[in-house]
Design a protein around this ligand. Structure first.
Ligand SMILES: O=P(O)(O)OC[C@@H](O)[C@H]1O[C@@H](OP(=O)(O)O)[C@@H](O)[C@@H](O)[C@@H]1O
Ligand SMILES: [Mg+2]
Ligand SMILES: [Zn+2]
Length: 151
């Protein structure tokens, strides 16, 4: 049985529009044109899609995890409407000063994914809209240096 192939996507600014006021509700979650179709395309090419996202809005009291789950249910539903499937979503609910290991650029979200899916992070494709997303893949796993595309 061939090993599953994964692509790890950041959420805000990659799948959906980001906001300086955070994405606090399902209504505020709006896909960026073409990105849900891109998830379906990854699937067509036998890549499973996993989302890894910092959601410090929880620690900041802007929304709770129940609301975050509703946002993610909308994302999953809209992806499915375009023929795409998000296999798993890993999020960090902590704030910048909480000292957790899962807030990107810390590797905790990717390591949790790798452990739960029995997947290797070596050479794993990580797509993000900020450098911290790319830095969340520890250098020992990277085939080339992390850099964010010029805006
Ligand atoms: O891009 P991902 O990881 O999917 O999510 C990032 C967002 O959760 C939020 O990240 C926050 O960064 P701080 O947590 O305040 O540093 C702010 O930039 C918010 O405007 C933004 O919506
Ligand atoms: Mg982002
Ligand atoms: Zn965390």
């Amino acid at each position: 049985m061939p090993e599953n192939r994964y692509v790890l996507l950041d959420r805000d600014g990659v799948i959906n529009r980001d906001s300086d006021d955070f994405i606090k509700s399902p209504e505020e979650w709006l896909p960026i044109e073409g990105r849900l179709e891109a998830i379906a395309l990854f699937n067509e090419h036998n890549y499973k899609v996993v989302v890894v996202t910092n959601q410090s809005g929880v620690a900041r009291g802007l929304f709770d995890t129940a609301t975050l789950e509703k946002i993610h249910a909308k994302m999953q539903r809209m992806a499915a409407e375009k023929g795409g499937k998000i296999d798993a979503i890993y999020f960090c609910p902590h704030g910048p000063d909480d000292g957790c290991n899962c807030r990107k650029p810390k590797p905790g979200l990717l390591e949790a994914f790798a452990a739960e899916h029995h997947a290797s992070l070596t050479g794993m494709a990580v797509i993000g809209d900020s450098l911290r997303d790319l830095q969340s893949a520890p250098a020992r796993y990277r085939s080339k240096p992390a850099r964010a595309a010029k805006p």
